[in-house]
Design a binder for this molecule. Structure first.
Ligand SMILES: *Cc1c(COP(=O)(O)O)cnc(C)c1O
Length: 417
């Protein structure tokens, strides 16, 4: 039989430990507040007047930490946010985040009291869902989704009667109407034509509603790529690069994009979905997140010896290995094993060797002279002249930055710089 005695039972002792805990002891995320502010200002500079930011801070603000990011955004005057589900909105409210919070996804009817209690606005997913929301019986704030071609959520734009029905539902207060573009990241002519069709369908629907006297507050349809690809930089601005020339030429009539909000997600965090897109905008955006971990042990691996699970790496000559305290449970994709990925230590690049473990990985640091336990390894970010971007990781893993970032684990400490 086990008989366990916990040496720390008094709350004060626990609190003391909490205070003395070093957030950089294992693996952590550093958030660059100045970069976030820069990105907010850049986006605002591209937006028409009266168009406000309603950033997507869902999925822990794409892995950055929803409370830390939203607090900073509040400080920068941002007062509207998008989340995916009520629990994310409640987390923000409990941490004192001010302003509108819009739930972009499904909320189950048993959670409607939470929408009411925490003042969260809910999107109308479709017409039957509007009826269910209305049946709750207490006043709920909603944004009506209008499906203009993505066919995921929203009432189909041609079903105007259904949209008007929602206006007649006595318990629903309509704070907004919106749509979502599904090909605005693409410069291909057929995709631009599709996007144009979506924008036109949205504004036609709004125009019809207005004509019949239905008030249409809170319009929004652009996310990151829409903002960057569709909005003019400055009225009458001369292009300073071929990219900008194409950008200006392609720019939509600002009137066609007139809206009360935009919903930037990934762009706010200073990158785009892929490395090549991020490079196109690297003069305008600054990455907010760096991912770092401790070197916990440095050891030799002699010629002929193997390292790690599955003994997949065998040294041809004598090598030097560093063990680093971050693994796939922290969200680092296991696909980066076997030399596909690298880390940066003391300004040098070191390939990840063997298989990434749940909580640790090994890197070949043979070329790095000054290295010892306690040093910092950069997984995403800069060290000396080198930089590893999240876009590079995404490319290496055949995915997009959004996925890599949003999977960064809850065990990582988040530090705002
Ligand atoms: C996630 C999301 C956004 C933000 O998307 P980004 O491409 O990251 O800017 C905007 N609108 C909706 C409906 C979303 O689900």
């Amino acid at each position: 039989m086990w008989k366990t005695e916990y040496p720390l039972s008094a709350n004060e002792e626990n609190d003391k430990m909490q205070e003395e805990h070093n957030p950089k002891s294992r693996a952590w995320i550093e958030l660059d507040a100045a970069a976030l502010e820069h990105n907010v200002n850049f986006l605002r500079s591209r937006l028409p007047e009266n168009c406000r930011l309603m950033p997507a801070v869902k999925a822990e603000a794409y892995g950055h930490g929803a409370v830390l990011i939203s607090r900073e955004l509040n400080r920068l005057g941002v007062d509207a946010f998008c989340v995916a589900c009520p629990s994310e909105g409640i987390q923000l409210r409990k941490n004192g985040i001010k302003g509108e919070i819009l739930v972009l996804g499904y909320t189950s009817p048993e959670d409607f009291p939470l929408l009411y209690r925490y003042q969260l606005a809910q999107i109308v997913l479709d017409y039957p869902y509007a009826q269910v929301l209305n049946r709750f019986g207490k006043t709920l704030h909603v944004h009506i989704g209008i499906d203009t071609g993505m066919h995921r959520l929203g009432i189909r734009c041609e079903n105007l009667e259904q949209i008007k029905e929602v206006y007649r539902m006595e318990n629903l207060i309509i704070d907004g109407l919106f749509s979502h573009l599904c090909a605005s990241d693409s410069p291909l002519p057929e995709h631009r034509a599709f996007t144009e069709k979506q924008i036109r369908a949205f504004h036609q629907t709004i125009a019809l509603l207005k004509k019949e006297g239905y008030p249409c507050p809170g319009l929004h349809l652009l996310a990151s790529y829409g903002i960057l690809n569709l909005l003019r930089t400055e009225p009458g601005q001369a292009a300073s690069s071929p990219r900008e020339a194409a950008d200006l030429q392609n720019a939509w009539e600002p009137k066609a994009l007139a809206a009360d909000y935009v919903r930037p997600g990934i762009v706010l965090y200073g990158v785009l979905g892929t490395e090549s897109d991020s490079l196109l905008w690297k003069d305008s955006l600054r990455p907010v997140l760096s991912l770092k971990a401790k070197v916990t042990s440095v050891r030799p691996l002699y010629a002929g010896e193997s390292a790690g699970y599955g003994i997949t790496f065998t040294a041809k000559q004598d090598r030097k290995l560093a063990t680093i305290s971050i693994g796939y449970a922290d969200g680092l994709p296991r696909e980066l094993s076997g030399g596909r990925g690298s880390v940066l230590i003391n300004g040098c690049k070191a390939p990840i060797i063997g298989r990434i473990c749940m909580d640790q990985l090994s890197a070949d640091v043979s070329e790095i002279e000054n290295i010892q336990a306690g040093d910092t390894a950069v997984i995403i970010g800069k060290s000396g002249k080198h930089e590893i971007t999240v876009g590079q990781l995404a490319d290496q893993c055949g995915t997009i930055t959004n996925e890599i970032l949003s999977r960064l684990g809850g065990r990582l400490e988040r530090i705002l710089l």
